[in-house]
Design a protein around this ligand. Structure first.
Ligand code: NAD
Length: 380
C-alpha cells in the first residue's frame, strides 16, 4: 500500500488531535509540522517524533512529496493557508469554521474546484457512531416527520473575565465567537441528521464580559486557568459569550438552540434533540455512546453503542465492539479515514463535509449576526 505523506500546520489542541488521528490510519504519515515560530514547531516535533519542523508553513508547500495538509490554526488563517495549499497543488483538510466570511469561503470552494483538490472541513462531531445511527433512523423513517429540533452547545471554559484565548479577539477569530466555534457544529449536525436546511432564523447574542483580562503571554486553548491576575491587560470585547437562535427548517420543522462558553459546569455539552411524528431522540456529546429514544405509547429507552445494534449504514463508523467507548478522537479518525480514501483514489465517493458545507455554514453564521443586529427574523 502506498503511504501518503501529509503535514500539519498549527500544533496546539487540534494539531495534537490531528497528528494522533492521522497516525491511527496506518497509510498516512505526518512528515512535517509548522507553527508560527520554529521553537513551537520544534517542541511539537520532538514530542511526536516528527523530524521536519518549521516556523514558516510556506516552506512545506514546494515539497512535492507532501500530498495533503491539515490546517489547525486560528480561524482567520484558514482562508489564506487553505488557498495557498491548494494553489500549490495539494489537498487540504481544514478545521472549522472554514473562514471568517462567506466571501472567503466561496473563494475557497472555487479554488478547490479549479485545482481539483480534495477538500474537507472538519465537522468531526457528525461521526460518532450513535450520531450516525440517528441519521439512519431519520432516513429510514423511524422518527416519522421531523417536527421539532432543540438543543445546546454549552461549555464553561470562558466563564471568567480572566479566561483568555485567541477566539475572544475578532481579528483572529472572525466576528462570531461562540456561534462560529460551537454553534456551527450544532447547526451542521442538525442539518446532517435531518437532511433539512435552516431556511430562516432569529438570533440573540450576548457579551457578558464587556472587557476581559488578556494575558501578556500566549495561551493555548483550555489552558487559561493556570495564569495569575498580574499577568493580564484589560481589553474591550467584541465577540459573544452566548447566543440563542430560533430556527425554521423548511415549511414544517421548527426549533431552537443555544450556544455558550459561560455555562457553569458544562464542559462540552452538545445536546441534540430531534422529535418526529413517531419517535424522538436525545444525544449528549458528554455521554457519546448513549442514545435516548422517546416513544409516546410504549416506554422510552436508552441504547448503548453496540455495532450489532446500530443501523447498517452507521456500523462503519464504529471500530470497537459494544460497550467499548468511542469518543472525540475516534470521530476525527473517521473523518480523516474517509478524506484520505479520496486522496488515495480521486474517484472514491466523498463521504465527509466539504468546503461547500463550510460555505453554507459561513452564510448561516452571517445571517445569525444580521438577525441579531436587526433584532429580527432573517431568511437564509
Ligand atoms: N473540530 C473540532 O472539534 C475543533 C475543536 C477545537 C478547535 N477546532 C478548530 O481548530 C482550529 C485551532 O484551534 P485550537 O483549539 O487547536 O487552537 P490552539 O490555540 O490550541 O492552536 C492553534 C495553533 O496554531 C498556531 N498558529 C498561530 N498562527 C500560526 C501561523 N501563522 N502559522 C502556523 N501556526 C500558527 C498557534 O501557535 C497554535 O499552536 C480553530 O479553527 C478551531 O475552530 C476544532
Amino acid at each position: 500500500m502506498r503511504k501518503i505523506k501529509t503535514a500539519v500546520i498549527g500544533t496546539g489542541f487540534m494539531g495534537r488531535v490531528h497528528t494522533e488521528g492521522i497516525r491511527r490510519l496506518g497509510n498516512v504519515e505526518v512528515v512535517a509540522v509548522a507553527d508560527v515560530t520554529a521553537e513551537l514547531a520544534q517542541r511539537f516535533g520532538q514530542q511526536f517524533g516528527i523530524e521536519r519542523t518549521t516556523g514558516d508553513y510556506r516552506a512545506l508547500l514546494s515539497d512535492p512529496q507532501i500530498e495533503a495538509v491539515h490546517v489547525c490554526t486560528p480561524n482567520a488563517l484558514h482562508y489564506p493557508m487553505s488557498k495557498e495549499i491548494m494553489q500549490a497543488g495539494k489537498h487540504v483538510l481544514c478545521e472549522k469554521p472554514l473562514a471568517i466570511s462567506s466571501a472567503e469561503a466561496e473563494d475557497l470552494v472555487e479554488v478547490a474546484k479549479a485545482q481539483k483538490a480534495a477538500n474537507c472541513l472538519n465537522h468531526n462531531l457528525r461521526y460518532y457512531p450513535v450520531v450516525q445511527h440517528i441519521r439512519q433512523m431519520v432516513a429510514n423513517g423511524d422518527l416519522g416527520d421531523v417536527l421539532v429540533v432543540q438543543g445546546t452547545y454549552s461549555q464553561d471554559w470562558l466563564l471568567y473575565d480572566t479566561d483568555w484565548n485567541w477566539r475572544i479577539d475578532s481579528k483572529d477569530n472572525g466576528p462570531l465567537r461562540v456561534m462560529g466555534d460551537i454553534g456551527s457544529h450544532w447547526m451542521d449536525m442538525v442539518q446532517h441528521l435531518t437532511g433539512l436546511r435552516i431556511t430562516s432564523l432569529c438570533a440573540d447574542l450576548q457579551i457578558f464580559h464587556k472587557t476581559r483580562k488578556r494575558p501578556k503571554v500566549a495561551v493555548e486553548t483550555f489552558a487559561g486557568k493556570t495564569l495569575r491576575p498580574e499577568d493580564y491587560h484589560e481589553i474591550p470585547i467584541d465577540t459573544e459569550d452566548f447566543g440563542a437562535v430560533l430556527v425554521r427548517l423548511g415549511e414544517r420543522a421548527r426549533g431552537a438552540f443555544t450556544a455558550s462558553q459561560v455555562n457553569t459546569g458544562c464542559k462540552n455539552r452538545l445536546q441534540m434533540e430531534i422529535y418526529g411524528s413517531k419517535a424522538g431522540v436525545i444525544w449528549n456529546q458528554e455521554r457519546p455512546d448513549e442514545l435516548w429514544i422517546g416513544q409516546r405509547n410504549t416506554p422510552s429507552y436508552l441504547i448503548i453503542k453496540d455495532p450489532a445494534l446500530l443501523a447498517e449504514k452507521a456500523r462503519g463508523f464504529a471500530d470497537l465492539p459494544g460497550g467499548h467507548g468511542e469518543g472525540y478522537d475516534d470521530a476525527h479518525k473517521q473523518v480523516f479515514r474517509r478524506f484520505y480514501q479520496t486522496v488515495a483514489d480521486r474517484s472514491a465517493p466523498v463521504d465527509y463535509p466539504t468546503f461547500a458545507d463550510g460555505y453554507q455554514m459561513m452564510c448561516l453564521l452571517e445571517k445569525v449576526l444580521e438577525s441579531h443586529n436587526q433584532r429580527a427574523w432573517v431568511e437564509v
